[in-house]
Design a protein around this ligand. Structure first.
Ligand SMILES: [Fe+2]
Ligand SMILES: [Fe+2]
Length: 258
């Protein structure tokens, strides 16, 4: 048995910020207990948009970094790509006067409209719908069962930036944009944590994402991946087995489902 308190979510993490490309910032901290970074992305355009918020405990430090780029009262959209506390535990951002919550239609129907004390004022998107946030256009790509039923990803059309949440994640703390190939480590991490029930939906969506020819990929955990390295990661997904067998967050289940 484990007894947990929400206040124990990581709060002593060092957070850094770097501009990856053309007004897109990565706000990053290494969470020791998992050995991975948690990354938030701020797109600074006419309607500034934050993708992921980090868990509640990291909120004050992430807020500080957002404020280095924009005053909080300018923040217009807070997007989360699936329902999990590292993606959107920092709901304090929604107290900013203009901030509106953005999610997938599935997140809206499955989670946001039925829970006690959840913000119901939100905008949800179906596959391929587009939101103009200034010069930049964000396209929503539904990615069901790539980790969660309600998962979606975001593709910014002008800079060809792809925000993939937990797809293409890598362990450790490395440079904001990595030129080494960590695709093998990515596969090892997926096998150890068990976030995908099956390879099939992941491979099907990976083919579609590769067809967008992103210039930069922004996973939520690990470094950004530029176009010269992206093929290594898509190949690894297409050619290796990585779905759940009997490991969850690095811990073996008592039974074997293989
Ligand atoms: Fe997740
Ligand atoms: Fe995540």
């Amino acid at each position: 048995m484990s007894i947990s308190k929400t206040t124990l979510s990581p709060k002593d993490v060092d957070i850094s910020i770097s501009e990856i490309s053309d007004g897109i910032y990565r706000i990053c901290g290494l969470v020791d207990m998992y050995g991975i970074t948690f990354n938030q992305f701020l797109i600074n355009d006419e309607s500034p948009t934050l993708i992921h918020t980090g868990p509640m405990g990291m909120y004050p430090k992430i807020e500080e970094k957002v404020k280095e780029v924009i005053p909080l009262d300018k923040l217009e959209y807070v997007a989360f790509l699936h329902f999990e506390s590292d993606e959107w535990g920092g709901m304090e951002f929604l107290k900013s006067p203009k901030a509106r919550l953005v999610c997938s239609d599935l997140s809206s129907k499955l989670n946001l409209t039925g829970w006690y004390n959840m913000p119901v004022d939100h905008i949800s998107f179906w596959d391929n719908e587009v939101l103009k946030i200034g010069k930049k256009l964000i396209r929503f790509i539904m990615t069901p069962h790539v980790h969660h039923w309600d998962s979606m990803m975001i593709f910014e059309e002008n800079t060809k930036s792809l925000f993939t949440s937990d797809l293409f994640m890598q362990p450790g703390f490395n440079k904001p944009v990595l030129s080494d190939d960590l695709s093998e480590a990515m596969i090892g991490l997926y096998r150890a944590v068990g976030i995908f029930a099956s390879e099939n939906p992941v491979r099907e969506r990976t083919r579609r994402l590769a067809g967008l020819h992103p210039k930069m990929v922004f996973p939520m955990h690990g470094s950004c991946i530029d176009s010269s390295m992206f093929g290594k990661y898509t190949d690894a997904i297409l050619k290796n087995d990585f779905a759940y067998t009997n490991m969850l967050l690095g811990r073996k289940m008592e039974y074997d489902v293989t």
